[in-house]
Design a protein around this ligand. Structure first.
Ligand code: PSU
Ligand code: MN
Length: 307
């Protein structure tokens, strides 16, 4: 294990026994929801993963240590402190060097999960190519990470705050396999269908696990994106949410929001303008992803012949 990584004993034991472990990120806790919803959400993801029989590993940088499997006190610290910076790949060494804390994004969580030997990671939505990226060059490092780090990310697609067709083009360039979990459509976070198609459709956890295992056997670098649509009962109304997304984008432009502040700003704006409806949808899809990720991790363990 890398000298800067610290694994909880639960995660360490599970990994040593070839157990099913699911990574979780901390940007979603510090910047994706408000307190105390963020705390409840972080805890509920862990509970759902355990309920399925897998082991959760929430990842974050705590006082310069990269922790794989935060304890409840540490999760509370991330939930209660919005000043903990977002940590993507480029921030990792700087935050460790100054012994700071970092809330890991999809990119950094993938990176650290891989270092620890964790193959599966559940989140809400990935970062992607922002609308207007031809001017701003705002393309999430999550996409580059997917192209180079061998972790399967279970998500609900990407929000239409992003340019979804360009995000899919970028994933193709990076050689990232995009799977639809029980769907042929790439999901748009609050909506089950973005109007874009996925490359391949899998019907269950066993099929998803098998695809990931074969990718490993082929020695292909990079991740796999497993797109799990929001449950039907939790899906938002498309005209409603798309209107709010456009208004949030306009507001961000008016206020000159840029760089790493863009995604948290848009999320907070939507939470406000939808009267909390987007928060409910967001929670539902994250829990759904945590459950599916646990099932895929367990299916992988079975395929790998360990029990
Ligand atoms: N998308 C969401 N919710 C989130 C994020 C993305 O729907 O909370 C977070 C994730 O941590 C993701 C990060 O990795 O935002 C992307 O940030 P950026 O666009 O600055 O790369
Ligand atoms: Mn960005």
């Amino acid at each position: 294990m890398n000298q800067h990584l610290v694994c909880s004993s639960e995660v360490k034991t599970a990994l040593e026994n070839g157990g099913a472990v699911v990574a979780l990120e901390t940007t979603i806790i510090s910047h994706g929801f408000n307190y105390p919803e963020n705390l409840e959400c972080g805890r509920e993801c862990e509970r759902v993963i355990r309920e399925e029989g897998a082991v959760p590993a929430t990842i974050g940088i705590v006082d310069g240590r990269i922790v794989i499997g935060l304890d409840d006190d540490e999760i509370r610290r991330f939930a209660g402190d919005r000043s903990i910076p977002k940590c993507s790949r480029r921030d990792a060494a700087a935050i460790v060097a100054r012994e700071g804390c970092g809330a890991t994004t999809v990119a950094a969580t993938m990176l650290f999960a891989r270092m620890a030997g964790i193959r599966f990671f559940a989140t809400g939505g990935i970062g992607g190519v922002h609308r207007g990226a031809n001017q701003t060059f705002d393309i999430s490092a999550d996409l580059e990470e997917l192209a180079q780090t061998e972790v399967a990310v279970i998500c609900a697609g990407a929000k239409s705050i992003l340019d979804i067709p360009l995000t899919l083009e970028y994933l193709e360039t990076g050689g990232v396999t995009v799977l639809g979990y029980g769907t042929g459509a790439f999901p748009a976070f609050y909506l089950r269908d973005s109007g874009c198609a996925v490359d391949y459709r899998v019907e269950n956890a066993g099929e998803a696990a098998r695809m990931f295992k074969i990718k490993e056997e082929l020695g292909l670098k990079g991740g796999v994106l497993i797109c799990n649509p929001i449950p039907l009962k939790d899906e938002m109304e498309s005209a409603f949410i798309n209107g709010k997304i456009q208004a949030a984008l306009d507001e961000a432009q008016k206020q000159g929001i840029s760089g790493k502040a863009v995604t948290p700003f848009l999320l907070a704006e939507l939470h406000k303008t939808t009267g909390g409806k987007s928060v409910e949808a967001n929670k539902a899809l994250v829990f759904n992803n945590a459950r599916t990720a646990a099932q895929i991790a367990l299916a992988y363990r079975e395929l790998a012949g360990r029990s």
